[in-house]
Write a protein that binds this ligand. Structure first.
Ligand code: ATP
Ligand code: MG
Length: 204
């Protein structure tokens, strides 16, 4: 009998390791049987929160699901995702103001935030909606335009199979605690810091 060479031993060990890994993953897949509406929070200071949310929404639409979006902060530019998704039947509600840090009128901002939130509350009661994105909602809570308890209550009372995506920096702890999945996008570098401007078709 010929002795196994080191390459064969390496290959066998690799196979055993992979099998163990696969067994572990298979066991987890078999255990994960529950289906429910997921509350997904996309937070952090890096680029990719809203685009990730819109990507998830596009998946829903691709599966023939009904989706809606509320945008809580809107710049004065045309958002490419809106044009595309509205064309695919996604309902959009956009807060009737520019970037809040560009305005100085707190009363007007609060009223605009409440109007957008009222639209969100309606969507969160609508059984026919499979997926809702509340884009940049976190700022409404951190600027105290919106009471976090009111947000939590509406999220808890929503239809059990309805998915909700919340995006924005510095998400309130209470929303993170309630969420099923939370991802933090961490900036490693950003072109803007090297003087590259936000470009349509890539940044919005
Ligand atoms: P995106 O919409 O590209 O996924 P985002 O939702 O993660 O970004 P926001 O803070 O909502 O982040 O971004 C608003 C705008 O600022 C977008 O045009 C985005 O490309 C840009 N941006 C995001 N992160 C950074 C950053 N770290 N530095 C500079 N600009 C950023
Ligand atoms: Mg965003």
């Amino acid at each position: 009998m010929t002795e196994k060479n080191s390459e064969e031993i390496k290959a066998e060990r690799h196979k055993a390791r992979q099998q163990k890994l696969k067994d572990g993953v298979d066991a987890k897949i078999a255990k994960a049987q529950e289906e429910k509406g997921i509350l997904l929070v996309l937070t952090g200071n890096g680029k990719g929160k809203s685009t990730s949310g819109f990507g998830t929404l596009a998946r829903a639409v691709g599966h023939g699901k009904k989706a809606a979006v509320v945008q809580f902060i809107k710049g004065n530019w045309e958002c490419g995702e809106r044009t595309l998704l509205e064309g695919a039947g996604v309902e959009f509600h956009v807060m009737a103001t520019g970037f809040t840090w560009e305005t100085q009128d707190r009363e007007k901002d609060t009223a605009a935030a409440m109007e957008a939130w009222t639209a969100a509350e309606k969507l969160l009661q609508d059984e026919s909606l499979d997926c809702i994105m509340l884009d940049e909602l976190t700022y409404m809570v951190s600027y105290h335009y919106l009471d976090v308890d009111r947000v939590i209550e509406a999220l808890k009372k929503r239809p059990p199979m309805q998915h909700v995506i919340i995006t924005g920096r510095a998400c309130h702890r209470a929303i993170i605690d309630l969420a099923d999945t939370v991802s933090e996008v961490k900036p490693i570098k950003h072109a803007f810091d090297s003087g590259v401007k936000a470009q349509p078709g890539f940044d919005y």
